[in-house]
Design a binder for this molecule. Structure first.
Ligand code: UCC
Length: 629
């Protein structure tokens, strides 16, 4: 008892100092319970008295709580997005739509996105009476996202073309503010957009005319989403040899598909585009890419409620994107229609890949922007070492570096959307077409990788809270990791860059050099940008020289250089875009500063690495030896 009283006195004294001693007081309480001669009632009584002095006891946990970061209107908060649109698409209708949508995202939709994560989809294989039903049960929030997407025209805007060549920029700006709040609904929208583009580009065949109307509809009850089933058990990159699915011709000209799709995203879609090998009259198929054709299939149920020609094997257990159902599908006589000529499957679905890769890039930059917005808000609330985080220069330096990375990536993405819009409005020059082909893989691979880096840095800026699951922050990082994997990994896309250079006999690079030079020419008289212009100009010359030298080297050399080449293409182009944006008459000093900071990095990585012999034939065995030591 006396020991307890002594401690009570000690506790009273210590109260003034409680932040430093609170831990030990809690500890004392546990110890005292075992003290001989003290009844439990005595102890409780004394403890309660003492608790008046104690900040931590029972339900009392002290007055301090962390302030959480607040998501404000993501359109109004984004200076670069607003500036870009004011410069290129100064339409009141666009601004008021994005402002209103941004408000709704912050006030309402962001919570739905979280709900999608907390209530992930599940697969119900059987009904209570044992019948196989394969129902993918999704959350109410996921369903609301579908309605919202239709009403807001998130796909439709790209096809209504109310703003001519800038319609894609408008659509993607809207998706850009939506994506981080969408609970990954951005994924089905990407595939839906891609499917609409493919159907349109092959001239709206009657068999999927109705589908096209639905994919691009603003009416929720009419709106359809599409899947893109390309990945099979042998993998997702080498589609040509990995596709086992066969298409069996039917007497009415349609087909039935038999195969196993290993990774099908947003499997609650209403239809899908997919690849399969058409059988000839003897039942034979052609191996490789040349044997693949493109098919259109609707996902429907028969009168007994069973899926027609599909069994859902299981849902995937993924690192992130858990909000979205991703399934393994057995195609067991799925009715389908061939959309491409036989053997033209890969070339025909390429339009879909272009669109989904652009969406991927939009989502990547959107994730970067969102973490920067939250981190900078948090820095105005969180006090540490006696002052707000925003008043710690080192912390703000880190945020500024994230901001610069986000700005460069944003302008790259908007450049792609601009080029896509020009192509779809019939305004694209040959140069624009080449640039679109080259920059699509470059921007996808660059932004996918940088999203992981920037979001990871962003999480750190919240300290330990960035690692706590129910803040919603860790999910951003888990979701970002997929961006460099699906729709072509970094290496597969680096090889795609080489492929399009070779197929165009170098014309895509010629377009690249011409355009970057024209962007730099516009900035030649702006003295504040001189260091940046010099850096980009120098890097561009180095790159041109590299291309000359590399052209005479063998394929192994080029393959080893391809990833660094793609990075160099991205960094130099982004530098030129930042410079160009900073030359705009309404640009701010911050735009200039961002351009200068961007251009401080190694813009032409491929030459740096070339100088150290990274692509020589002697390097590959050394790499291999190191890896397998
Ligand atoms: O992962 C998947 C689902 C995920 C969900 C998607 C959601 C995204 C949402 C994001 C927002 C959050 S679907 C699987 C993804 N898989 C891939 O992306 C495949 C990766 N592999 C490749 O990209 C390869 O490079 C292949 C498969 C294209 C290589 O096949 P081939 O047969 O070797 O290709 P070729 O021979 O190079 O090209 C065949 C034809 C050529 O046309 P022609 O014959 O006229 O000369 C090429 O020019 O296809 C054309 N082609 C292209 N055209 C090939 N690639 C392209 C391209 N990128 N753009 C234009």
């Amino acid at each position: 008892m006396s020991a307890l009283l002594n401690r009570r006195v000690a506790a009273g004294c210590c109260c003034r100092l409680w932040p430093t001693v609170s831990q030990s007081l809690v500890h004392i309480r546990t110890q005292s319970a075992a003290e001989p001669g003290t009844t439990k009632a005595d102890e409780e009584h004394l403890w309660e008295a003492a608790a008046g002095y104690l900040p931590f006891s029972r339900a009392r946990i002290g007055p301090f709580f962390q302030d959480q970061p607040v998501l404000k209107n993501p359109f109004l908060e984004d200076a670069l997005l607003k500036g870009y649109l004011r410069r290129h698409l100064p339409e009141e209708a666009v601004f008021s739509d994005l402002s209103a949508f941004g408000e709704r995202l912050a006030k309402e939709v962001d919570t739905w996105g979280r709900e999608c994560e907390v209530n992930p989809p599940r697969l119900v294989h059987f009904d209570p009476w044992g019948r196989r039903v394969d129902h993918i049960v999704t959350s109410e929030a996921w369903k609301r996202m579908k309605d919202l997407s239709a009403r807001e025209g998130l796909v439709a805007i790209g096809y209504e073309k109310l703003f001519g060549e800038w319609s894609r920029v408008y659509q993607m700006s809207k998706l850009y503010i939506y994506s981080p709040s969408s609970g990954l609904y951005s994924c089905p929208l990407a595939m839906t957009d891609g499917a609409a583009k493919v159907i349109q580009s092959i001239g709206l065949p009657p068999v999927c005319e109705e589908a096209f109307g639905r994919l691009t509809s603003r009416q929720p009850e009419r709106f359809w989403t599409s899947g893109q089933w390309m990945t099979e058990r042998q993998g997702g990159s080498d589609v040509g040899s990995g596709t086992e699915t066969v298409a069996v011709p039917q007497t009415d000209g349609s087909y039935k598909l038999h195969g196993f799709k290993w990774f099908t995203s947003a499997t609650d879609a209403n239809m899908s585009l997919t690849l399969a090998r058409a059988q000839d009259s003897r039942g034979a198929t052609t191996p490789g890419s040349k044997g693949l054709s493109l098919f259109y299939a609707e996902v429907s149920r028969d009168e007994d409620g069973l899926l027609r020609g599909i069994e859902v094997q299981r849902l995937k257990e993924k690192l992130g994107t858990r909000q979205m159902p991703t399934a393994e599908l057995l195609l067991d006589g799925l009715p389908a229609h061939r959309l491409s000529e036989e053997g033209r499957g890969v070339a025909s679905i390429a339009n879909m890949l272009t669109i989904t890769r652009i969406h991927n890039s939009v989502s990547a930059v959107a994730g970067m922007r969102r973490v920067v917005l939250l981190a900078r808000d948090y820095a105005t609330r969180r006090t540490v070492f006696g002052k707000l985080l925003k008043d710690h220069p080192l912390h703000v330096q880190t945020l500024a570096r994230m901001e610069v990375e986000t700005r460069g990536a944003f302008l790259l993405v908007m450049e792609l959307c601009r080029l896509l819009g020009r192509e779809e409005s019939g305004l694209a020059s040959q140069l624009d077409a080449h640039l679109l082909r080259l920059l699509t893989p470059v921007v996808k691979l660059y932004t996918g990788k940088q999203a992981v880096a920037v979001i990871s840095e962003g999480l750190e800026s919240f300290g330990g809270q960035g690692y706590i699951e129910d803040t919603g922050l860790p999910g951003m990082l888990r979701d970002a990791q997929v961006l460099s994997i699906w729709e072509g990994t970094t290496n597969v896309l680096s090889l795609d860059v080489l492929r399009c250079v070779a197929r165009s006999s170098g014309m895509v690079l010629h377009a690249y050099f011409t355009h970057v030079k024209s962007l730099l020419a516009g900035a030649s008289s702006v003295s504040s940008l001189t260091p940046a212009v010099k850096a980009v100009g120098g890097a561009l010359s180095e790159l041109e020289e590299f291309v000359q030298v590399a052209a005479s080297k063998g394929p192994n050399y080029l393959e080893l250089a391809s990833r660094d080449l793609a990075y160099s293409l991205a960094r130099i182009y982004a530098g030129a875009l930042l410079i160009d944006h900073a030359c705009w008459k309404e640009a701010s000093p911050h735009d200039t500063y961002a351009a200068l900071r961007w251009c401080e990095q190694d813009l032409c990585l491929v030459v740096t690495k070339q100088k150290s012999g990274c692509y020589e034939s002697s390097t590959a065995p050394l790499d291999s030896g190191l890896v397998y030591e």
